[in-house]
Write a protein that binds this ligand. Structure first.
Ligand code: ADP
Ligand code: MG
Length: 309
């Protein structure tokens, strides 16, 4: 059943500009039914803008978005989408049960109250006042409100920002319970660990573009690699991509910069060839990986096949 019909989400050439900023710069993305996808990117990458368009809050300037083959507005009205956005204050003096039940009743085919409370792990605190909750509990209430209408796709924009480790774990467990029912989940984050623990697939966005798209382990290996840089002894500029472990090659500042999945092997091969002076080896953090991936994405677009600089 889950595989029939159009995909959950299709973005084609989606662009959104604010004055001089291209917040989203040509996103193509297909999300299949039942996938849990992490949208991973640094602050300002365009995650919230992408999510806002997906939810039909504002239209793209160019390109199209379809949710189960429908426009976001129609999909929203048909109850396909549930969302948990970055902002949103709790109203005072009502209980968890009251607010969840109230929101449920605004939908045509809501989930049973008991089930929403269970999914979001709120059963034990159902009688607590929503304005007296901890940060983690309040986020689970927001999550429950996103689920109340029994949407096919739930969209969460940085749901765990500002939560402690335990609260995060509880929220991810709640999200996984919802995904396990065959639903599609899209969440944004700037933590790779979250993507790693919860997503089938990680779409990395930077500067409004998709710069990598793969399983969590593929994305992790890009990030966990090491960077090897040196001044080439011979001024040589080709063939480095053939060295063991090397996944990318760049030239700047008179140096060769290699990304490698095994810096020991790479350095040994370089040493045998007596190829370098001034060698530096360093770990690649997530921020570096964003920069490198963004750079590679631009490079692929502007440099013809076969040139290396
Ligand atoms: P993220 O959620 O990944 O942090 P955003 O989608 O919020 O990124 O922002 C992407 C870019 O668009 C940023 O450069 C941001 O400053 C800009 N931007 C976002 N919203 C607006 C807005 N309403 N007006 C002007 N610029 C905006
Ligand atoms: Mg954001």
């Amino acid at each position: 059943m889950a595989e029939q019909g159009p995909p959950a989400v299709v973005f084609k050439g989606v662009v959104k500009e604010y004055d001089s900023v291209r917040a989203v710069d040509g996103i193509d993305l297909t999300i299949r039914r039942g996938e849990t996808v992490a949208l991973l990117g640094p602050n300002g990458a365009g995650k919230s803008t992408t999510i806002g368009m997906l939810l039909g809050l504002f239209p793209p300037d160019h390109g199209t978005i379809e949710i189960f083959g429908k426009s976001p507005e129609l999909a929203m009205r048909a109850g396909h989408l549930g969302a948990m956005l970055q902002e949103g204050k709790m109203i005072p003096r009502v209980s968890v049960r009251e607010i969840v039940d109230f929101v449920r009743q605004t939908y045509r085919k809501p989930l049973p109250l008991k089930e929403v409370l269970q999914l979001a792990e709120l059963t034990k605190i159902a009688d607590h006042r929503v304005d007296k909750l901890s940060g983690g509990q309040a986020q689970r209430v927001r999550f429950a409100l996103a689920l109340a209408g029994d949407p096919d796709i739930v969209v969460l924009d940085e749901p765990t920002a500002a939560l402690d480790v335990e609260s995060r774990r509880e929220l991810w467990a709640a999200m996984q319970r919802y995904a396990a029912r065959g639903n599609t989940v899209l969440f944004s984050t700037h933590y790779l660990e979250e993507a790693d623990n919860s997503a089938d697939r990680v779409v990395v966005i930077a500067s409004g573009r998709v710069v990598a798209d793969g399983t969590t382990s593929q994305i992790k290996s890009m990030v966990e690699g090491r960077s090897v840089s040196f001044v080439p002894r011979s001024g040589r500029r080709d063939g480095y991509e053939l060295l063991p472990g090397v996944s990318s090659v760049e030239f700047h500042g008179g140096r060769v910069h290699l990304r490698t999945t095994d810096s020991d092997l790479t350095v040994h091969a370089l040493a045998r060839a007596d190829a370098f002076t001034d060698l530096e080896v360093s770990g690649v953090g997530l921020e570096d990986a964003f920069v490198a991936l963004t750079h590679q994405a631009r490079h692929r677009e502007t440099v013809p096949e076969g040139r290396t600089n």
